[in-house]
Design a protein around this ligand. Structure first.
Ligand code: 5GP
Ligand code: ZN
Length: 174
């Protein structure tokens, strides 16, 4: 191999590091990447190769779930199609599961805030599965909703997980 001047080697090294830092599937300062990696606490209801679903820590209503890609993508537009499809399939199943529980959702909002202008506050794609009840209060901004702890979220997650397992046993779906 020819001897390369030091500045060329330095430039090559920098280019390699920059390429690594911009890799699509990791964002070290991303809270949802931290949840996916198990480095940040979350009450998880579903996990597979493509997506993780966990309870929102400031729920709009009990059973408010976020379905997120395992591999970091800034928003749904940047999410690979197969993963976006899986997010929707898992969101459907979670909604069906919630309907089987005594959380008694009468309806749902499936929400994909995309970009700051549209109200996205966490820049790792996420699909909200938001149970709704006739006449419930307007949603309000995220920072206006009170945060709840695992002591509130864990029993809700247990109901959803049990209903998901029941549904999977009945349908045989993965
Ligand atoms: P967005 O407005 O970006 O669509 O919604 C982000 C959602 O993520 C909000 O509903 C907010 O409560 C939720 N959220 C933000 N950080 C965390 C977190 O660290 N853990 C959990 N479980 N939910 C989060
Ligand atoms: Zn991320």
């Amino acid at each position: 191999m020819p001897r390369l001047p030091r500045f060329v080697l330095g430039a090559l090294l920098l280019a390699l590091l920059a390429g690594h830092a911009s890799a699509d599937d990791v964002a070290t300062d991303c809270v949802f990447c931290a949840i996916v990696a198990g480095q940040r606490d979350a009450v998880i209801v579903h996990r597979d190769e493509l997506v993780v679903a966990f309870l929102d820590h400031a729920p709009r209503n009990p059973g408010h779930v976020l379905v997120v890609p395992v591999a970091h993508a800034d928003d749904i537009v940047a999410t690979p199609a197969a993963t976006a499809e899986r997010m929707m399939v898992v969101a459907q199943r979670i909604a069906r599961a919630i309907r089987r529980t005594d959380l008694r959702a009468e309806g749902f909002n499936f929400i994909l805030n995309t970009g700051a202008a549209a109200g996205q506050t966490v820049f790792h794609a996420h699909l909200h599965v938001m149970p709704r009840h006739a006449g419930d209060q307007p949603a309000g901004a995220d920072h206006q909703r009170p945060r709840v702890g695992p002591e509130v979220l864990a029993p809700v997650a247990a109901k959803i997980r049990a209903a998901l397992a029941q549904e999977a046993a009945e349908t045989g779906a993965p």
